[in-house]
Design a protein around this ligand. Sequence first.
Ligand SMILES: [Zn+2]
Length: 277
Amino acid sequence: MTQSHLSRSSSTSPVRVILGQNTGLRTGRGTNTYLLGADRLTLIDTGAGVPAYDPLLREAVDASKGRLSLILITHGHRDHIGGIGAVQRMYRDAVVRKFPGGEPPSTFEPIVPGERIQVDAITLIPIHTPGHAADHLCFYWVEERALFSGDLILGEGTTVIPRDGGSLTAYLDSLEGLRALDIRMIYPGHGPIIQDPQAKITEYIGHRRMRERQVLDALHGGARTIREMVARIYADVPKALHRLAEESVWNHLVKLAEEHRVRRTEEAGQEFYDLLG
Ligand SMILES: [Zn+2]
């Protein structure tokens, strides 16, 4: 299994993919970090801070014969930003930029969605895409009509909408917003490169719609707690994944409650959900 490989698209601009070396239930084979450019290099995300990542990044930077001048962060989750300290120690001149959120304001140079980030021949436009995380950005590469999608769209599996900072309503709005863009290729934060972006976006939206129908069906069938709904909807999924499934169902219930289609009540410290109307 190669840890770093070169993906050459139609133009002369190579993209180097460097895996964060952080495999796991939520991260798959690990976080993809991307190195772009020829002379002045841009790095998108930094992995989780696994020491084995550092020499791979150094190798990729050295092979490109450029110098790392800009680090862009898609969002503040540990598996994307955790390597920032080590990367900055290796490349002290590189500017670090992200959408503001949580951290002290002086830590990074803030990104304004819609601005044009120009590094030599590469133009990147940051798009604010909350849902998986409130501070989430995708980066649209103008010349290649490619999208660095962070955790909004993944190469395999589906995105988790965490209770902390996530919103399914915002997530679906972010996906819908991408439909207007001319995207030929997606470089996701995890998993393989996506060659048919529009089909993937449609699939993602369709997947959530299907899940919502299942949650509504479970409610119709008399399930009132998240655990009961998960037991019905995810009957054929290993128990080890039910914690993630509970988050997913909870997110749909929050969305349905926002739309006044479901009511949430609490009795003796337990949450119950009922259909409205
Ligand atoms: Zn994330």
